[in-house]
Design a protein around this ligand. Structure first.
Ligand code: MRU
Length: 368
């Protein structure tokens, strides 16, 4: 997508041909910074400390991390080591393990001397594939928006609520939850997006709002607790979110607070959709609440907030008493029964084993 009129992806190969350029998202919306990462340790830090974030982008970044490793040492032992090192950086987003497995699948059968080149090639392909998956999700999600728009008076806008950032910044380009929104805008459908601020790290306020503003999408930032109120008053036509891991049963793990939005949507008859590229499906797990590991992040993310001070400096301020402990589970699980549909690259699946099986028969057979 565009930043000040120039097209950017969130990650790309540096012109030196080996290091990796990323948008360092920690400073948005106040500063747009691109940084160059040259080592596996740098990649691990960028993922763990959320310079890059969002399940699909985490996966692509890890794939480039493997490529950087292969350039230094492409032995089986080094491949195994980098797999473990990067897999531990963020435990919930399954795209990370998916991408690392994919790199291993491609590289292990090759002679050591050929692995570095093949690793860069496959990492670039995974990035390109992500863009295509999101475009397809966009096309299928657009049909849902069109159907809602068709029931409205001419010119009346479709109100969409989203949580966290499942936009282009969370992927390589377009986003999952946002791709249908961008396509709806392109198609001339009047849309308006309610953006949950998404405490503790405020990905909604800092990233989704920046994306929507950058692309001229009408939007309103709301506090996390306001969504239920807007739904009760008929001001939300649909909810669309992303996911970090979806089970074979259709349970959806996503940013903390998603579950509460799904409950409010269910209580108010508001359709609740999830934008979902297939690498985010973990075919090996069934019950999301019992089986998905939930990343526990630093309590400081709850106790402090970052913003731009009146001086123009980016500042971090404490918002709670010095001695109040805080807990910070980064994700929660929305049970399949609360989900209207999973918008995948192959179409919209019912959130159920049968629904996913119908769209991905080959993956269910191999359960991998
Ligand atoms: O902790 P984050 O910012 O990586 O969490 C991101 C989300 O929860 C997104 O909704 C999810 O990764 C899907 S991104 C297309």
């Amino acid at each position: 997508m565009k930043v000040d009129g120039k097209h950017f992806r969130t990650i790309w190969l540096n012109e030196d041909g080996f290091s990796v350029d990323i948008i360092d998202q920690r400073w948005l919306p106040h500063e747009f910074r691109v940084v160059i990462v040259e080592t596996v340790e740098g990649i691990a830090t960028a993922i763990r400390d959320m310079w890059v974030r969002g399940a699909p982008l985490i996966g692509v970044t890890a794939a480039y991390g493997v490529a950087l490793q292969m350039r230094e040492d492409a032995s089986d032992a080094a491949l195994e080591k980098v797999w473990h090192e990067l897999n531990e950086t963020r435990p919930t987003a399954i795209n990370l393990r998916w991408a690392l497995n994919e790199m291993k699948r491609v590289l292990l059968p090759l002679p050591v001397a050929e692995r570095a080149q093949a690793a860069y090639r496959r990492a670039a392909e995974i990035a390109d594939e992500d863009v295509e998956l999101n475009r397809s999700i966009g096309r299928h999600g657009l049909e849902v928006i069109k159907t809602i728009a068709a029931k409205k008076k001419p010119g009346e806008r479709v109100n969409i609520l989203t949580h966290c950032n499942a936009g282009w910044l969370a992927t390589v380009d377009y986003g999952t939850a946002t791709a249908p929104i961008y396509l709806a805008v392109e198609a001339g459908i009047p849309v308006h997006v309610y953006i949950d601020e998404t405490r503790p790290r405020n990905q909604g306020a800092q990233l989704t709002a920046w994306e929507m503003a950058g692309h001229g999408v009408p939007h309103t930032l709301i506090v996390d607790n306001a969504g239920g109120h807007f739904m009760q008053h008929g001001m939300v036509d649909m909810v669309i979110v992303g996911t970090d891991r979806t089970t074979a049963n259709g349970d959806v793990c996503n940013k903390i607070g998603t579950y509460l939005k799904a409950l409010a949507a269910h209580d108010n008859g508001v359709p609740f959709y999830v934008g979902l590229p297939s690498p985010t499906i973990d075919w090996t797990v069934q019950d999301g609440v019992k089986e998905i590991p939930i990343e526990e992040r630093s309590a400081d993310e709850v106790s402090y907030v970052q913003g731009k001070a009146a001086s123009g400096q980016i500042a971090v301020v404490r918002i709670s008493p010095e001695n109040s402990p805080a807990a910070n589970p980064a994700f929660d699980v929305t049970p399949a029964r609360l989900i209207t549909g999973l918008i995948t690259e192959r179409g919209i699946a019912e959130a159920s084993p049968e629904g996913l099986k119908a769209l991905f028969p080959e993956r269910v057979k191999s359960a991998a």
